[in-house]
Ligand binder design. Structure first.
Ligand code: 5GP
Length: 192
């Protein structure tokens, strides 16, 4: 990072199905200072996903090599065998455009960045109303098998435990209210 003293990063985390992606998209539409940080991943491309839009898709070897070279700000094995991380070059690209990067990442990645960058990072946890609601949302989404849903729910329990370590928690029961709350949090951080 060229000048860590002026760095500002927004990290959003949530269990799968909590509505984080919709919330982050809506925030970017409303707040022009924000720009989405495109992560690198070693998992294969899915459906309509595009290189350099949804992710930078790297082979596991390339990913690990870049991590070893210090080219990733953070990275985690989010699912067994699937690596995800933030490229230093991506953060530099957004900052050179005068944008505040908004990152979507797993809880460990977010808490790791918080530990390293302290007040320069704001961590926000998007809380689902309950595990039952989460299960219903994942079932309705219809993109995961029943086994995968159970796997995601088990992971969600662990993520909920770690939510206490986040700077802010946004309850996503009613989307419009969650968005209003998140927008106020983000605007305050930008203006600080
Ligand atoms: P998916 O494979 O469904 O797109 O994403 C799986 C998980 O990876 C999500 O929980 C997402 O938050 C996490 N993730 C995406 N990008 C990053 C990243 O750059 N770093 C970390 N630590 N996690 C990420």
């Amino acid at each position: 990072m060229p000048s860590e003293n002026t760095l500002k990063l927004l990290c959003f985390s949530a269990p799968s199905g909590a509505g984080k992606t919709s919330l982050v998209r809506a925030l970017i539409e409303r707040i022009p200072e924000l720009s989405f940080s495109i992560s690198a991943t070693s998992r294969p491309r899915r459906g309509t996903e595009q290189e350099g839009v949804d992710y930078y898709f790297l082979s596991p070897e390339d990913f690990r090599q870049r991590a070893a070279q210090g080219l990733l700000l953070e990275w985690e094995e989010v699912y067994p065998g699937a690596l995800y991380g933030t490229l230093v070059s991506e953060i530099e690209r957004l900052r050179s455009l005068g944008k505040i990067p908004i990152l979507d990442m797993d809880v460990y990645g977010a808490l790791g960045l918080k530990k390293r960058f302290e007040t320069q990072v704001l961590t926000v946890f998007v809380m689902p109303p309950s595990l039952d609601v989460l299960r219903q949302r994942l079932q309705l989404r219809g993109t995961d098998s029943p086994e995968r849903i159970e796997e995601r729910l088990a992971k969600a329990k662990e993520e909920l435990r770690l939510s206490e370590e986040f700077d802010r928690i946004v309850l996503n029961d009613e989307f419009a209210m969650a968005l209003e709350q998140a927008e106020a949090i983000v605007r305050r951080f930008i203006e600080e």
